[in-house]
Design a protein around this ligand. Structure first.
Ligand code: AMP
Length: 389
């Protein structure tokens, strides 16, 4: 495949391509419907930068971490590329672990929910060969697998990569750290030379640079360079480390503990907003929801209720919350972590205004702690850790 010069800069002049509506990316109605059903309101920065480049056929090196929305950034173009009438693997997604294989396969499944006839299969070690073979034989278009097991299938001739048009390496740095270099080379060699190659990696050490040099054609690099942004000085910033399933409990206790009258609780998707608002109301909390999936009239109604003090908590997505112009919020809660420091500052800037002291509370679970550390770095503030009361 001959590669065109880039249609646009991968990294914008400000170093932050930012968020755009999914509708502006030229996606199929089926994928747009799935994105809407998942409650994604707009792209994350890595998505708005990487999706167009991958869809244009470029080899891409994306530097980004878990939590950036990277999985959808490569799954969406992969799904759009599949021709369901061809009964052979067309996309291979290499991942380091079994957990990631199921997670990525799950995301493919959700994003392809309205693509008729599209099939994907996770292939990883420790599971039965027979079942994987049967699933491959039934005709999988997208294969998500760990390198070792995929090489086994190649050797047994139960997997043929001759019709592959796109090969994606997710968490490439981790795969190399785990000693998968040789297996990766074998898989790359088994796919047609004309294929497109996409690398996603949290870090780009020399070993990854060498892999890219050896296998990519005129690769475009996508990196979401973060800017240093200063947070509002009067906001007391605290975080609580909680297990994912204990988040709601923690939030309930914090609301009681701080005894607040007005707050906004941020979630990443419309679904999360719906679920959390339902739970809060069921718990007897005075809460309303606010997200981009609601009709404008209803949103306006909710906003005026909130401003009038008739409701204490708003559960909102970032998009919907852009219209909130309330000055004296006592509390901002990051129920989900924002994508980056800029979004974080934007969220918490709604408290601590007009010379009053505000409070911003962030709930962190699992690998989210790394994201939080990066937010601390880019806001040059320390976010104090406390234990849930
Ligand atoms: P990842 O960085 O791929 O591990 O994604 C982190 C989480 O963000 C996953 O649960 C995704 O479903 C979710 N996600 C991905 N893209 C978006 C988006 N544009 N808006 C809201 N949530 C998203």
């Amino acid at each position: 495949m001959k590669h065109k010069p880039p249609a646009h800069e991968a990294v914008d002049p400000q170093g932050r391509p930012g968020h755009v509506p999914f509708g502006s990316l030229g996606l199929s109605p089926e994928v747009l419907k799935a994105v809407e059903k998942l409650g994604f309101e707009e792209t994350s920065p890595i998505q708005s930068a990487a999706i167009p480049l991958i869809m244009e056929g470029h080899d891409v090196v994306g530097q980004s971490e878990t939590g950036s929305g990277k999985t959808a950034a490569f799954c969406i173009p992969a799904i759009e590329r599949v021709d369901p009438s061809i009964h052979a693997p067309q996309i291979v997604i290499l991942v380091p672990t079994r957990e990631l294989a199921t997670q990525v396969a799950d995301e493919v499944h959700k994003l392809a929910a309205f693509k008729r006839g599209l099939r994907s299969v996770p292939i990883y070690g420790g599971a039965s060969y027979e079942r994987q073979f049967a699933e491959l034989k039934r005709g999988a278009h997208i294969v998500v697998g760990t390198p070792g097991r995929l090489v086994d299938h190649l050797a047994r001739k139960t997997l043929d990569l001759g019709r592959v048009t796109m090969l994606i390496l997710d968490e490439a740095d981790r795969m190399l750290d785990m000693g998968f270099h040789e297996d990766i080379e074998k898989i790359l060699a088994a796919a047609p030379a004309s294929r497109q190659t996409v690398f996603f990696s949290a870090t780009i050490p020399p070993s990854i640079q060498a892999l890219v040099r050896g296998h990519a054609k005129d690769p475009k690099t996508v990196r979401i360079a973060q800017r240093v942004v200063t947070g509002p000085p009067l906001v007391d910033q605290i975080y609580y480390e909680v297990r994912h399933h204990a988040k709601f409990d923690a939030l309930s206790r914090l609301i009681d503990f701080y005894d607040v009258r007005s707050g906004v609780i941020f979630c990443k998707t419309q679904q999360m907003v719906e679920e959390l608002a339902d739970k809060l109301v069921a718990r007897g909390c005075s809460a309303e929801r606010l997200h981009g999936g609601m009709p404008q009239a209803q949103r306006t109604r909710v906003m005026s209720k909130f401003k009038a003090g008739a409701v204490e908590f708003l559960v909102a997505t970032d998009v919907a919350a852009r219209g909130i112009d309330v000055n004296d919020l006592e509390l901002v809660v990051n129920y989900d972590l924002p994508y980056d420091a800029e979004d974080y500052v934007h969220r918490i800037g709604r408290t601590g205004r007009a010379g009053r002291k505000g409070r911003a509370v962030t709930l962190v679970s699992g690998a989210g702690i790394y994201k939080l550390q990066s937010i601390e770095r880019f806001t040059k503030t320390r976010i104090r850790r406390e234990h849930v009361p």
